[in-house]
Design a protein around this ligand. Structure first.
Ligand SMILES: [Fe+2]
Length: 279
């Protein structure tokens, strides 16, 4: 069955709420997303608790270390760990970012931007195909927030993302917050972005908050999703239809009930749009 509805990023401090006796605690949460690296080659209580959540909810896996854009060979140890975790979790979807995180074996733990050129499209698409062949399933790439561009860029970010997905036959995890952040930082049209990516490839949406510094934005995931990102999300669902959507919160993490309330607000937005379309 395909993934549907609304999800949250699974964070360890919320295990007691999710696994507790109150069924209303997770009302309106249809699925969870795990950070793959938190559970690769990990055992003990974290893995046990995650699998208890998995028994009750569909799950998706989201990685941060694949470094699909790097010129290093793909890290086969990492991929073996990812595959073993996927065999265990049986996620509905698996994703990582369209970025590079290091070279010469170094992991900078940052999602670094790529020169958007035909050469990079070819390079990344070939590596995505390798990943998909190894995992035996389709993969999703997420648009990352960026702060610099390259003089060598030959195309827009949406053309770059679309070309890779077409050539690799992979899907897209569209982060609407990241479109807003990068659009603000680089001055591109977020509407053009939404119109420029292939609707049939969008299988999941991320929403998040960020740090707005007036003339630039840092993608911090430490705040509720701001209204202007939700406004862009409305445009996204008008174009793509209802795509499984979740809130990412990675810092300044609030009580679980607060995130559930925020997610219910996102659901209301979608339901209101649907009512408007039907009226
Ligand atoms: Fe994201």
């Amino acid at each position: 069955m395909a993934l549907e509805g609304f999800g949250l990023g699974l964070r360890p401090q919320h295990f007691p709420d999710i696994l507790g006796d109150d069924p209303d605690a997770t009302a309106g949460v249809d699925w969870f997303e795990i950070i793959s690296e938190n559970f690769i080659n990990v055992g003990g209580p974290p893995l046990r608790n995650m699998m208890l959540v998995r028994e009750r909810f569909p799950m998706v896996m989201h990685g941060v270390s694949l470094s699909i854009g790097s010129t290093d060979p793909l890290d086969m140890d990492y991929l073996a760990g990812l595959k073993a975790l996927a065999d265990l979790v049986e996620p509905e979807l698996i994703s990582d970012h369209l970025c590079w995180t290091g070279v010469h074996g170094l992991n900078m733990h940052d999602l670094l931007p790529l020169p958007m050129t035909e050469e990079t499209v070819e390079h990344v698409a070939g590596r995505v195909r390798q990943v998909q062949d190894y995992l035996g399933r389709q993969f999703m790439l997420e648009n990352a927030s960026t702060y610099v561009t390259f003089e060598e860029d030959e195309m827009t970010e949406w053309a770059f993302l679309s070309a890779i997905c077409e050539r690799a036959d992979c899907n897209i995890l569209l982060d609407v917050n990241n479109i807003y952040v990068s659009g603000f930082n680089h001055g591109f049209s977020t509407d053009a972005y939404l119109n420029g990516v292939p609707a049939e490839c969008i299988k999941q949406i991320h929403l998040a908050g960020h740090e707005h510094n007036g003339d630039y934005i840092v993608d911090t995931h430490d705040e509720p999703v701001p209204d202007y990102v939700l406004a862009l999300y409305e445009k996204a669902i008008d174009r793509f239809g209802m795509v499984p959507t979740m809130i990412e919160r990675d810092a300044n993490i609030p009580p679980f009930a607060e995130l559930v309330r925020e997610l219910q607000g996102v659901r209301r937005i979608v339901e209101e749009r649907r009512t408007m379309v039907l009226a």
